[in-house]
Write a protein that binds this ligand. Sequence first.
Ligand SMILES: NC(=O)c1ccc[n+]([C@@H]2O[C@H](COP(=O)([O-])OP(=O)(O)OC[C@H]3O[C@@H](n4cnc5c(N)ncnc54)[C@H](OP(=O)(O)O)[C@@H]3O)[C@@H](O)[C@H]2O)c1
Length: 166
Amino acid sequence: MKNISIIAAIADNYAIGKNNDLLWRLPNDMKRFKELTQGHTIVMGRRTFESLPKGALPNRKNVVMTSMPEAIGTNAFVCTSWEEMTDLTEKDPDVYIIGGASVYEDALSIASRMYLTWVHADFDADVYFPQIDFSQWEEVSRKDFPADEKHPYSYTFVDYIRKNNE
Ligand SMILES: NC(=O)c1ccc[n+]([C@@H]2O[C@H](COP(=O)([O-])OP(=O)(O)OC[C@H]3O[C@@H](n4cnc5c(N)ncnc54)[C@H](OP(=O)(O)O)[C@@H]3O)[C@@H](O)[C@H]2O)c1
């Protein structure tokens, strides 16, 4: 069965982005993102795709959700609905939903795993992660990291699996 995972970095106040960019640069979080997603399929909204500085992320099947498929170049697959996304990724064993907010909102009901990085600060933002019903999720791993010279904020990697996920 296919594993659909949400991967996101979320501030304490649920902020995730502003001006179509991230709110922080946390090298360890980027490293974890790369390690988890490399070799797999990543699914994102059109705005997140446009925010990637070098376009499609290498060594991954990039899938972009949009109502305007003609606006996306040839380096990414395009889906205009979740049904299309499901068809396109049917044979992919691991699919990572990488944002942004509207895509996360829909994915919360279909994902079986979440890999979240909680960034311990509040941010002024224009995009927020949707509220999470934690009664649906079991925490399976947690690792805290202090702020340091490369990481201006302390942060925590927390992995969750959906409860009663058979
Ligand atoms: N902190 C994090 O982990 C994280 C992760 C990802 C992104 N971000 C940040 O989040 C922000 C971008 O997120 P966003 O919420 O503004 O935009 P987004 O979710 O990346 O993109 C929204 C667009 O995706 C398309 N879309 C969404 N659902 C669809 C569906 N069911 N069917 C067809 N198309 C669909 C639509 O594109 P069309 O308008 O083309 O139809 C919609 O306008 C940026 O600031 C980015 O840096 C943060």
